[in-house]
Write a protein that binds this ligand. Sequence first.
Ligand SMILES: Cc1ncc(COP(=O)(O)O)c(C=O)c1O
Length: 440
Amino acid sequence: MAEERSTNDHKALVLDEVRKYHLDQQNTDGFVPGVTEIWPSGAVLEAEDRVALVEAALDLRIAAGPSSRKFESAFARRLRRRKAHLTNSGSSANLLALSAYTSHLFEHRRLRPGDEVITVAAGFPTTVNPIVQNGLVPVFVDVELSTYNTTADRVAEAVGPKTRAIMIAHALGNPFEAAEIAEIAREHDLFFIEDNCDGVGSTYRGQLTGTFGDVTTVSFYPAHHLTMGEGGCVLTSDLKLARIVESLRDWGRDCWCEPGKNNTCLRRFQYRMGTLPEGYDHKYIFSHVGYNLKATDLQAALGLTQPDKLDRFIEARKRNWRQLREGLDGVPHLLLPEPTPGSEPSWFGFVITVDADAPFSRAELVHHLEERKIGTRRLFAGNLTRHPAYLGRPHRVVGDLANSDVVTENTFWVGVYPGLTEPMLDYVIATIRTFAEERR
Ligand SMILES: Cc1ncc(COP(=O)(O)O)c(C=O)c1O
């Protein structure tokens, strides 16, 4: 007992020092326009985040374990899905979400090579990559400028005889027409995968994004609404799907025991599967050709400090976006972003498209901003079909990708993440406005 107390005392001392160290690390220089970096995105980490990470390290919780499970339950509750599975990235979550539908457990409905999946040409590559990685065929539709999402009409037009699924991301947190697209999926018996990596907390028609699809994904990379450094999550209310996701994530195993546990099913040595001998240890029976895409408890410990801050972070993102939107209203030659009608986005970034006939180019404006320490980003890949990785791969395009090309040429975004302050955003507004007005 005495020994235990002394161990806890040591830990408390270390964690106290960590809190002090955190304070030492705070930048007290204040914002200097043109000198202080205004990042487009970044993690906002507080003393308790640092403490949680160090505590997990002190406890040597280095693999997936109790914090991962605890996070999964809390996050599933928060996002109103029955199950959440933590992964090492949002990209891995996307890979698992789509690959799960190739499982034999979906019998005649399972996705097979050559089946088509409707997706969007302008976005992040790993929304599309799982389609290609599973030998499926992406069917690309265009986006609307100003919402940067596709529409239900475009998706409906793309459905063909080989179409079996829809996999689309909410563009920079702006919800796509998820209710209408879910309806199209129902009508045509398509699987619907909702990439919500950028949109945690957004709503469409009053309903949280990530609750329209059969399955949804989240990223915890530092640019995102919540962070674990690296990390992601697959969420679903379909228990069969959840079981397949878990199997694929955990090497393809059939067993669902927690790490360090045995015989949860009480039949560990009673299975007969494949052509294995009867009673082969269930822990080592593999029913899927799986991966290992688990996250560690160090990541989950950081994740556990975050959901409490989510409302505050979402509010700050909305406030920052509004400040930019109001401040930039009427600036010549710029197309400003619009929320999808019926939505309330939890924004990831503030997207701007420079008019094709503007007396300045996107590159000139971006260069001007970057020189003044205002960070900018591309709307990810722009038109993915133009990248070397996708040239010559089987795909179908429905309509044209004219707006995706505009995104590739003329679009960029600046940050709205909670680490940005009002004076920083005033500086961003003034810099853009002066640049555009001086060149009109
Ligand atoms: C829409 C979308 N999907 C997936 C991802 C991939 O997430 P991760 O970086 O965690 O792999 C991103 C990354 O930003 C994203 O924006």
